[in-house]
Design a protein around this ligand. Structure first.
Ligand code: MN
Length: 227
């Protein structure tokens, strides 16, 4: 008889508005999907298209507190629309993409900016800058059945009540259907996959005690405190 040599880890889940749990599979992220953020990172959005990176599933937290991570002097917020895949597929056409979406959440792609800057400079991977524990703060998942598919609407992030980021979902370089089409040309998407869709300009540092409030008009909100 075969057996687990130690108990398997608990599933990572997101709470769904109205009840139920969404089992999380993988976390993909889009880099530089708003032109104003590409420019603030020193890039040229007309020459550098968005790109993908990933975080481990264990990085997800929906807790009201997020621990300040070790090994960084510069933890940054990035407020983002998170897209939750309900139906998998490969080679998904943009026109079919919305049918693959279960719902949406507000999220924060927490980033060790100092480690990222170092990695960018010498062309090394971003994993330790982007994929650390509790680096994917995500709120309650709103089913698309209830909130629809927002192609536009304000996305804001405030720290301690001061607005730091404000843009509109319509300002994404790759729209959500285009993200799904492009990503599914690289990997076969599966139910449970999450996609961070990129952050607008206004990124900045967080400190212990800061209260972060991300709002996406008509879709979702998520609030947490750095401890
Ligand atoms: Mn991001």
């Amino acid at each position: 008889m075969t057996h687990f040599v130690f108990p398997p880890a608990a599933l990572t889940v997101l709470a769904v508005s109205g009840g139920g749990l969404f089992p999380v599979r993988r976390i993909f992220c889009v880099g530089q999907n708003y032109a104003d953020h590409t420019r603030e990172m020193g890039g040229d959005p007309s020459r550098e298209p968005p790109f993908f990176f990933a975080k481990p599933t264990d990085a997800v937290t929906s807790a009201p507190t997020v621990p300040y991570p070790p090994a960084t002097q510069r933890l940054d917020y990035e407020g983002e629309l998170v897209v939750a895949i309900g139906t998998g597929g490969a080679g998904i056409a943009p026109a079919e993409a919305e049918a693959h979406i279960y719902g949406y959440a507000a999220g924060c792609d927490l980033t060790r900016r100092d480690l990222q800057a170092e990695a960018r400079k010498i062309g090394r991977p971003w994993d330790m800058a982007k994929g650390f524990d509790a680096s994917a703060a995500i709120g309650v998942l709103m089913p698309a059945d209830e909130v629809g598919h927002p192609g536009k609407g304000a996305i804001t992030l405030s720290v301690n009540g001061m607005e730091k980021q404000r843009s509109d979902l319509s300002c994404m370089i790759w729209s959500v259907p285009e993200i799904i089409a492009t990503l599914s040309s690289y990997v076969t998407l599966a139910p449970g996959d999450l996609i961070f869709s990129g952050t607008p300009a206004g990124i900045g540092p967080l400190f212990k005690g800061d209260r972060v409030d991300i709002r996406i008009n008509g879709v979702a909100a998520h609030v947490f405190t750095v401890v």
